[in-house]
Design a protein around this ligand. Structure first.
Ligand SMILES: Cc1ncc(COP(=O)(O)O)c(C=O)c1O
Length: 385
């Protein structure tokens, strides 16, 4: 096959003139840090998810940090999380002084079966963190049941799941706390940023305090017309607020999220067709319950050759790739600190050594998908160099 001359990246944010105009307008407005655009974005999230509260933060990682703090999770506590997730979760649990307890993942869907979470709950467990992996929803109901029996909260890692739905309900609206990411690779972006949704008013209030120094009202309300410059602090907080410049991008992206996700789903279906009969490549399996997949990532498993060699060969065809994710229980600090080792989580390790994320973003053309499929076919057949 003919090789393309331009590089096809793993991802590219879907930024158009409307986002650029919205940023320019925010810059011209005279108020560029947290303000009316952040409030608007939070409202859009409540509308999308059905959650009564949405709190914008500077990243999903920051959101998780604040949620762990709000729940009082710290030294000696255990938090059950999949190993197949981004390291930021494990880092935050470790930094809080708690112990991450790793659950295995299903090889086909890359989601964590609820029983894998349930059987790791002990009297020391203080939270469980199911991950809506690659845009597919975790099986929340049985996770919720197991957590309820133990009396612990469910923290949904919804970093990949803006627009995902589980059994007819939008992710973020279940009453659990859920954390979304707006990193540039994600389904919608603000450059960097995140959103926490929750059903509990007390938690939302505490998150708002902790994201901005512990100050009751943010600067917008203190320095705006009719505001008062005084403030007091009951508990010290962090500086994790989202700016209006960022939120301005997010407000426009949120108006398009359904359309952007439909495009992703269409491209994913083209991949599924184009790679269906390619030997040596396992395709993502569909969760066996009603859902809406937001197709954040399209992840295949390469079984007939070394995964890293496969990624190297893709680069020769000018195609980018991703690795989501190296299993966390095999990261060096995790092994050294918590004594985890190879062999602990067979299914996750089997997947972890084979996974490759192929390019998927709304601006891709169908011809791009066909090109990647043809390249994959040629590579696994051991063809042209
Ligand atoms: C599963 C998962 N959780 C959390 C995060 C953290 O998101 P952020 O980069 O917004 O902190 C990511 C980001 O890639 C992720 O993939």
């Amino acid at each position: 096959m003919d090789r393309r001359e331009d590089f096809l990246p793993l991802s590219r944010p879907a930024i158009g003139n409307e986002e650029i105009e919205a940023v320019a307008s925010s810059l011209r407005s005279g108020w560029i840090t947290s303000g009316p655009r952040v409030v608007e974005l939070e409202g859009q999230f409540c509308d999308l998810t059905g959650a009564p509260h949405a709190v914008a933060v500077s990243s999903a990682t920051a959101g998780l940090h604040l949620v762990l703090m709000t729940l009082g999770i710290g030294r000696g506590d255990e938090v059950v999380t999949p190993s197949l997730t981004f390291a930021s979760t494990v880092n935050q649990v470790a930094l809080a002084g708690a112990v991450p307890v790793f659950a295995d993942s299903d090889y086909g869907t890359l989601l964590t079966p609820p029983e894998e979470i349930a059987r790791r709950i002990t009297p020391r467990t203080r939270a469980v963190i199911p991950v809506h992996f690659a845009g597919a929803p975790a099986d929340l109901d049985p996770v919720r049941d197991a957590a309820d029996r133990a009396g612990v909260p469910v923290i949904e890692d919804a970093a990949h799941a803006v627009g995902t739905a589980y059994r007819g309900k939008a992710v973020g609206g279940s009453g659990n706390v859920a954390i979304f990411s707006f990193h540039p690779i994600k389904n919608i972006t603000t450059g960097e940023g995140g959103m926490v949704t929750c059903g509990d008013e007390g938690m939302a209030r505490r998150l708002r305090l902790l994201r901005f120094h512990g100050i009751e009202r943010d600067a917008w309300r203190r320095y705006g017309k009719g505001g008062t410059p005084h403030y007091d602090i009951q508990d010290p907080g962090y500086k994790y607020n989202l700016t209006d410049i960022q939120a301005a991008i997010g407000v426009v992206q949120m108006r398009k999220v359904a359309e952007l996700n439909e495009r992703r789903a269409h491209l994913a279906s083209r991949y599924l067709e184009g790679l269906a009969d390619v030997p040596g490549v396992d395709l993502p399996a569909s969760p066996p319950y009603p859902h809406l997949h937001s197709w954040h990532l399209f992840i295949v498993k390469v079984t007939s050759m070394d995964r890293d060699a496969f990624i190297g060969r893709l680069a020769e065809y000018n195609v980018g790739a991703g690795l989501h994710f190296p299993p966390c229980h095999l990261l060096r600090f995790v092994r050294e600190r918590y004594g985890t080792k190879e062999g602990d989580l067979p299914s996750c390790e089997r997947a972890g050594s084979r996974i490759v994320s192929l390019p998927l973003f709304p601006g891709m053309s169908e011809a791009d998908v066909e090109y990647v499929c043809a390249a994959v076919r040629e590579i696994v057949a051991g063809g042209a160099r």
